[in-house]
Design a protein around this ligand. Structure first.
Ligand SMILES: Cc1cc2nc3c(=O)[nH]c(=O)nc-3n(C[C@H](O)[C@H](O)[C@H](O)COP(=O)(O)OP(=O)(O)OC[C@H]3O[C@@H](n4cnc5c(N)ncnc54)[C@H](O)[C@@H]3O)c2cc1C
Length: 354
């Protein structure tokens, strides 16, 4: 049986970037095991490239993420923020105020953030990338880790990178078991944005811009609490909103009812045309068992940090590393956090063992 240098568990941005970096460092014996039928994790796109998960990045303070995008020649553009924004204070009271760009400026990728996932996938040799491989157990014996998946397969490696949210990592059975304090810490680390859901309404053109509206709106009374323009340059137009209704409550409302509420809200805010989108999409991340657990039902305000990224003693010492965004000390929860967490772990891992 093949013995890999490193097995990466989870194929979101962190997992794919880790495999890409290992390959770049000349370590060709690695494997990514992703539970889902596709890669991307919290980065997902609609057929037209609209972001169902992560949308923005901030080049001013996330240079490593931008450098990676530049390597793949991906085009970025600033979030549209020209014109007024709307504040819905009650169902009959919508205020129009002067809009503003976020500071620092938020940016988007042409074609959506999934372009970055696609570029990474294409740059990693395909025999390293495995979907539909949910990891359920890892056993450490004789200086190696044996990784067992739900499909009945197993793989052996010297090192394991955990590129999945810490809370989900606690669902994996570790033999011998990990220190209780570490498992508690991971369990108590919220998965960033897991409680949230997005509604996207797609139109043939961004008609709100003709009324000098930026597409940004905030409501204190309706289902969508925060709305933004996510139109594509030279492509389709769209508005998206984050649901203000808690995850638990959303489970009792069917998608068609939610969509009807959202259309009515957009119509109140942006006029008749907004009530007739060409297409509507709802992505509820709290219902995705490969991202959220019931512990993630409540929104978390503070960016998460799972603490130390490796086990410092015992059988798992320096061979099991946390690299998902929640292990990033400076950008926990952000896309940039996935890059930082991988860079930190690989520097330590390769510095020690290469
Ligand atoms: C609605 C939403 C909006 C967001 N907006 C932004 C934004 O604007 N800007 C920003 O910077 N960030 C944003 N984020 C956060 C951003 O998406 C994440 O920081 C980033 O995608 C995390 O990547 P990751 O690889 O660390 O984890 P994930 O993307 O969560 O990847 C983990 C992977 O592990 C897989 N997995 C789970 N369990 C197992 C198992 N047992 N075995 C194998 N595989 C498993 C999952 O299927 C998943 O693919 C947003 C997230 C959401 C949900």
């Amino acid at each position: 049986m093949k013995n890999y240098h490193t097995i990466v568990i989870g194929g979101g941005l962190a997992g794919l970037y880790a495999a890409y970096r290992l390959q770049e460092q000349g370590i060709h014996s690695s494997l990514v095991l992703e539970a889902n039928h596709e890669f991307g994790g919290r980065v997902q796109a609609s057929a037209d490239g609209f972001d169902l998960g992560a949308t923005w990045f901030w080049p001013e303070f996330q240079p490593e993420l931008v450098a990676l995008m530049d390597k793949f020649h991906l085009n970025a553009f600033p979030q549209y923020a020209q014109g007024d924004m709307l504040i819905e204070r009650s169902l009959h009271n919508v205020q129009r105020i002067r809009g503003f760009a976020s500071s620092p400026q938020s940016w988007r990728l042409e074609g959506g953030i999934y372009r970055l996932i696609d570029a990474l996938k294409r740059s990693i040799s395909s025999d390293k990338l495995h979907t539909n491989q949910k990891v359920i157990r890892i056993e450490r014996k004789d200086g190696q880790s044996v990784v067992y998946t739900q499909s009945g397969e197993h793989f052996t490696a010297l090192n394991i990178l955990l590129a999945l949210p810490p809370r989900l990592a606690t669902q994996i059975q570790f033999i011998p078991s990990l220190p209780e304090t570490l498992l508690q810490r991971w369990q108590n680390t919220p998965t960033w944005m897991a409680p949230h859901a997005k509604y996207i309404a797609i139109y043939d053109r961004p008609f709100w811009r003709e009324q000098k509206l930026s597409g940004a709106a905030f409501s204190q009374v309706s289902d969508l609490g925060e709305i933004h323009d996510i139109s594509m340059p030279n492509g389709k137009a769209a508005l998206f909103g984050f649901f203000a209704i808690p995850a638990q409550t959303r489970t009792n409302i069917d998608d068609e009812t939610l969509k009807a509420h959202c259309r009515a809200e957009l119509q109140r805010l942006f006029g008749e045309q907004a009530g007739n989108p060409e297409q509507e999409i709802i992505k509820d991340w709290a219902k995705d068992p490969l991202i959220a657990t019931t512990m993630d039902n409540n929104p978390n305000i503070n960016h998460p940090f799972a603490g130390q990224n490796c086990v410092s003693q015992g059988d798992w010492q320096h061979n099991l590393w946390g690299v998902a965004t929640e292990w990033s000390p400076n950008f926990g929860g952000y896309l940039a956090g996935a890059i930082e967490a991988v860079d930190i772990a690989l520097k330590m891992l390769l510095g020690e063992k290469k």
